[in-house]
Design a protein. Structure first.
Length: 239
């Protein structure tokens, strides 16, 4: 939506912008905020749709909505692998813009959404404190025998297992992998072979006094995935 550039000494003193003709506003770190959507784009969108009420923010979210369209991604799959996306004028601008807002809010605020209600099989804590009880080493799917996995079940650790995960949640894919599987992969204890540095996601839980953060994150990403699918599946046609 915005990009930032260092304020030049001349511009900072005069308050004049050669880019927009308006006064630059420099933040405390010495940067000037610019609109990510150009004035030309705003003019073009308003002219195409015959709607002077369209804003740059509307266009930004419209673009986010279009980029989630299965029809768009399928039709331009070959191009999207080689060049930057080109954004077409869909018949229903408002629908894509509103969907983009909902998706952006969901994806930006994934840490605060209500966790998805899954069945949680948990063993007694015994003498373990919360940090030890919720500690994760490496999450995995339940086994169906051989290489077959049951993705409706995530073994969080030796004490906690999540069941009843909707399989359609895995339809929300980011960079070739479901969002749920990204979380499972990233939130595991690992050691870099070259440096010997250990990466332990549980350290964040301890530092922020939130022992169940990773467990709740998994549940939240399930909700984000499900609600994303619900928004995407009702997007209107691209043409």
């Amino acid at each position: 939506l915005y990009w930032y550039e260092p304020a030049t000494e001349k511009a900072a003193q005069s308050g004049f912008s050669f880019n927009s003709g308006d006064a630059d506003v420099t933040d405390v770190q010495g940067y000037v905020r610019r609109d990510g959507v150009t004035d030309d784009a705003l003019i073009n969108f308003r002219q195409h749709y015959g709607d002077e009420s369209i804003t740059k923010e509307d266009i930004f979210y419209y673009t986010y909505g279009v980029l989630h369209s299965p029809e768009y991604r399928e039709q331009y799959a070959a191009d999207l692998k080689k060049v930057l996306p080109r954004i077409p004028y869909a018949p229903d601008f408002k629908a894509f813009s509103e969907a983009g807002r909902k998706l952006a809010d969901l994806h930006l605020n994934y840490e605060t959404v209500e966790p998805w209600p899954v069945q949680e099989d948990a063993k007694p804590k015994g003498d373990l404190n919360d940090l030890a009880y919720y500690r994760v080493e490496k999450m995995r799917f339940a086994s169906l025998g051989g290489r077959n996995k049951d993705k409706s079940v995530i073994v969080f650790n030796s004490r906690i297992t999540l069941r009843g995960i909707p399989l359609e949640a895995y339809n929300y894919v980011v960079n070739g992998k479901s969002a749920i599987e990204w979380v499972m992969e990233r939130y595991q204890v690992s050691t870099d072979k070259d440096s010997g540095i250990k990466d332990d996601p549980n350290d964040w839980c301890r530092e922020h006094n939130d022992p169940a953060y990773i467990l709740n994150l998994v549940k939240r990403v399930i909700r984000v995935s499900m609600e994303t699918n619900q928004i995407v599946c009702v997007l209107p046609p691209m043409a």
